[in-house]
Ligand binder design. Sequence first.
Ligand code: NI
Length: 258
Amino acid sequence: MVGIALTLALEVAAQFVGLPLARVPIFPEPGVDLRAELRLIGALREDGKVIVGAPERKTIALTFDDGPHPKTTPRLLRELDALDVKASFFVVGKMVDKYPWLARAEVAAGHDVGNHTYDHVNLNNLTEPQIESEYRAANDAIERATGTRPRFCRPPGGRFDSDAIRAAEDEGLWTVLWTDDPGDFARPDPKLLVDRIDRQMKSGGILLLHDGIPQTMDILPQLVKELRSRGYRFVTCSELLAESQRTALDHGGINKRR
Ligand code: NI
């Protein structure tokens, strides 16, 4: 578990000393203090806004990236409503400008709507000012559509460096990563998808899924039922943040813990 975070830290560190690095995949285990590791290598400010799962709570955050899509988002919202699950959508700004009513419907249904950049670009290829303008444009699109400015963002493909985290912070955003990536984007066989989630899922998990993948919608009712039967509760990123801050206070203060 520590190994994963350490690998990540080394990969991020590699960027600072100029080693070639195509990608920083982020699959932190719940419980790995990714914030501390990122701070250690100077990628994060002291109060750094990065969210990872809280392993002491038996919660799962379902997150859906890359929407909204007129063909799939309404069905996904209906499914989540029928299952009585609140989730977090990381939406692409230009899609929100095209389909603002879908972002509005997500907020109206009580889900979190987070920022997944305006153009869904690889942030590692951009300068800090360019990253900020990507995040700002998506924030503006979401605010135009929903009347609310998002609090959370997720770098497309999990590709980020210290510039991306700082740019997010400057736009008032918490960077939300994930702990579990079952690879639904590649549209695997639904059974394989369930098996992967089954193997990986742990308390405090943040599950990366995508809006617009039929297989994901097909397995959703079964997945929710199964995880609930094991005692998991579904939370949004807002709830995850509130819970982690409460836990931090229980442990003697946010600054001490993070
Ligand atoms: Ni994406």
